[in-house]
Every structure is written in C-alpha cells, then in structure tokens.
Write a protein that binds this ligand. Structure first.
Ligand code: PLP
Length: 460
C-alpha cells in the first residue's frame, strides 16, 4: 500500500502524504500508486515543485490566485492586521474595521443596487448561506411554499450538502446521497455540446429559456424562490453563455417573481474582462456570491452581497424572531478581510481587469489558431478564462472510449512541458493569474501546442 509508492523513500514527503493525507478531488487508491505532486513555493505566475522544477500556474491555483504567488503587499496587509487585531467576529452587534471597509467596498462596487454584505469563508459556505437567506426571506414574506431552487446541469456551486445539491455534476452526487430534494435542474448553456443540428446560438438560448418557463409552470411559479447560475460556468467546462442567453433567462425569472443568484466565485474581480461576470453579460442579480480572487486566495474569505429586496425582509424576520440565527466563527475574519481589501486595491490600481481582457484575448486568439489541430473540437472562453474541448472525431464531437481519458493525457503532457492546466473531462481549462504578461501567455500557447502534438503522435 502506500507507503509503497514505488519510487519514494519511506520518509519522503510523498510517502508521508500517501500515509497520512486524504486528498480532495483525487482518486485515493491511485494516489497510493503515483503519489502527490508537491508544490513548494511560488513566484509571479510560477510555482515550483519540491525538486525545484518551475511550472506556469495556468489555472491560478483553483481559478483564484489573481495576483500571482508572491505579492508582498498582501503579506504586509496580513502581518499588519495580525498584529493589530488577529481575530474578531460579527455576532451580537460586534464589528471591526476591515469587515466594515470590505462590506462598504463590495456593496458599492457590485453592479445593481446592492444593500448589504454577509461574510463567509468559502464559495460553498456562500452558496449555503444564500440558500438559507432565500428560504428565510420567503418565510418572512409569508410565502412558506416558495422554497424550490432552480440550478443548471454542469453547474458548480461547491461541495457542502446544500451547495453540492445545487452543483449539477455527477461526481459531486454519486455515493453522497445527493442532491437534496427541492432543487430543480434545468439545461446548461453549452451550445456546442447541446445544440440541435442547424440551431443558432440565439435559437438555442430561446429553447433554454422556454424549457425554464415550462419547468416553472409545471412546478408552480409560487413554489420557486430562486434561480442559481454562474455567469460563465467554470468547473462544468468553462461554458460561455450563447448570445442572448442571460437576457432571455432573466425575462422568464422576472415574469414569475423569481430571485436571481449570480455565483461570481470564479468570474468576480476581473476574470471575464470586466470587474464582474454580471457586467460582462448584463445580468441584474438579487444576490452575488464572491470568493477566490477576492483575496487572491491568500486567505479564505467569501461574501454574499444582496439587494434590498432580499435584505429588507430578512432584517424584518430577524426582528420578529429576535436574531438572524446564522453566522460563522471566522466569517469576515479581520486578517482575511484586510487581505481582500488590499487585493481589490491592487486590482484597481494596476488596472488588472484591463490586463485580463488584453492577455485573455491573446490567449483565446492563440488557442483559436489551433482549431485545425486534429485533437481540437472547440475553443471557448471570455476574458482571461478559456477551455479547449478535445476530440478524436470532430464531426461526432467524441473523444476516446472512456470520457476524460483524452483530456487527462493532454493535461499530463502539458504538465510535463511545465504548465499546470486543468482537465475537466475532455476539456482543458486555462485561467491564469490576472498579472500574466504577453510573454507568459505565449509560453502557455507554445507548450500547449507541443502537448497536443505529443498526444496526437502517441495516438498515431
Ligand atoms: N462556486 C463556484 C462557481 C466555484 O467555482 C466554486 C469552487 O470552485 C465554489 C462555488 C465553491 O467554492 P469553495 O471550494 O471555496 O467552497
């Protein structure tokens, strides 16, 4: 077993990892065979493994390290706050400076007319909290039957029991006895994969909106509280919405008085080439969920930002009951909040949203130039996030016999070239730090083409 990774010394970090550590999102038995890749340090867009090998982190860790791996100002912000007040909370009428400053910053910078921010520690907690807020609000409004939530296939909203139930990916449900009841599922906006022959993007978007309306009518509009969506689906394959999609979806939701929750955990803070995905797609959400790039992931923090339509009834209900009985010990942690404020300051000062738009265009154009490669089925993306769907048969849009095999092979070849991407079944994703330069984008492109060629020649 494990302590038996064939190549590792018994007390090496690899062997001890296998012995003591259960990984998230990992085939645990396979990990016993091959051991982990141990990342030791980071600098700019690079990380280095424990043998000193450099890799361009073309996924910004988990879509999240906006400022790269060595931003000294974030270290300073954390140390300064740690010395001044290392912990305080927001229960029972308490507060502190970084939490107040961050709440003000988020409420004023989010699009739409937002009212208040509530702090959580992860994207999953933000999603769970938003679900509870939506239910609490329906009760406050005297509509206890208005509780069902609509989420999409391929959605990713996290892994806690409620958030995993919103998630529309089989791996997050299988053997966990999920999803919970009360979550309705509607189709994903994956035009390339789900289009009918000859269907335009606009026709496809109309079809998805019509399906949504049918679902709402079949269930009863008064039973549905909210619709959940990432502006661009991330972990479900970097699925960019087709033309007119959000406009049509929002029209249906408005017709039946259904709240719109925008999960901006990946899109937020510049990823799509604007500060928020909602701005890129003209989305007017009632609730926005923020995390990841908010602190460049140097420390865990997330937020639920909601408008008065949501917050007003919740405040009234808290007065009726005597408290809003929800909150996390570390929610709005002062050190994490200070790091988040400094991250946002840097993104604004250095205009990294514009850099994301510019370098993103370079990346997407470079990937699009590989469209005639025999393994490339579709190149998609927006701003500084992109994916390449790999196929063996371009016409049938199919890869190898086992889904995910081709994606894993190309991603592995890419890693051997010194670039960390992410395979989501047979799509390879790119989501590098917002600080990336043109030369670093070009290096990703060169190495990705080499990885495609390697796998193509292996397949014969
Ligand atoms: N929502 C979205 C859109 C995400 O991409 C993720 C994580 O990737 C989450 C929620 C869950 O965040 P966390 O892993 O911090 O719980």
């Amino acid at each position: 077993m494990a302590d038996q990774i064939p190549t590792a010394e018994p007390n090496s970090p690899e062997a001890r990892d296998v012995r003591y550590h259960l990984h998230g999102y990992t085939n645990a038995r396979l990990n016993e065979q091959i051991g982990p890749m141990i990342i030791d340090r980071g600098e700019g867009v690079y990380v280095y493994d424990n043998e000193g090998r450099p890799y361009i982190e073309a996924m910004a860790g988990l879509w999240s390290v906006a400022l790269g791996f060595s931003e000294e100002r974030l270290v300073e912000a954390a140390a300064t706050q740690m010395r001044r007040l290392p912990f305080y909370h927001s229960f029972t009428h308490k507060s502190h400076g970084p939490m107040i400053d961050l709440a003000e910053k988020l409420v004023t910078m989010c699009p739409g007319n937002m009212s208040k921010a509530f702090f959580t520690n992860s994207g999953s907690e933000a999603n769970d909290t938003a679900m509870k807020m939506v239910w609490y609000r329906s009760n406050a409004l005297g509509k206890p039957e208005k509780k069902k939530l609509i989420a999409r296939q391929r959605a990713y909203h996290g892994v806690t029991i409620a958030a995993a139930s919103l998630t529309g990916l089989p791996a997050n449900h299988l053997s966990f006895d999920l999803p919970l009841s009360g979550i309705l599922r509607t189709g994903s906006p994956h035009y390339w994969r789900d289009m009918l022959p000859g269907e335009t993007e606009e026709q496809f978007a109309s079809r998805r909106a019509a399906e949504l309306e049918e679902l709402i009518l079949a269930e009863g509009p008064d039973t549905i509280a909210a619709f959940w969506g990432e502006p661009v689906l991330g972990a479900g394959g970097v699925v960019v919405p087709p033309a007119t999609y959000w406009e049509k979806i929002q029209a249906v939701l408005a017709k039946y008085d259904i709240l719109l929750v925008a999960d901006e955990v990946i899109c937020g803070f510049g990823r799509t080439g604007k500060m928020f995905g909602c701005e890129t797609y003209g989305i007017k959400p009632d609730i926005m969920l923020l995390s990841k790039q908010i602190s460049s992931s140097y420390l865990p923090i997330s937020a639920v930002v909601a408008n008065e339509r949501v917050v007003g009834p919740i405040m009234d209900e808290s007065a009726r009951i005597g408290t809003f009985g929800h909150g996390f010990t570390a929610g709005g942690h002062p050190v994490a909040a200070a790091v988040a404020l400094e991250t946002i300051r840097i993104i604004e000062e250095r205009d990294l949203v514009a850099n994301a738009a510019e370098q993103g265009e370079r990346l997407r154009n470079g990937l699009a130039a590989m469209a005639d490669h025999p393994l490339v089925g579709e190149v998609r993306g927006v701003g500084l996030v992109a994916a390449v769907e790999l196929v063996i048969d371009k016409q049938a849009k199919t890869a190898l016999e086992k889904p995910g095999l081709l994606g894993a092979a190309v991603n592995k070849a890419l890693q051997d070239q010194g670039v960390i991407g992410r395979a989501m079944l047979d799509a390879v994703a790119f989501c590098p730090p917002l600080i990336i330069t043109a030369a670093e984008v070009d290096a990703i492109l060169t190495k990705f083409r080499a990885a495609l060629d390697t796998v193509a020649s292996e397949l014969g």
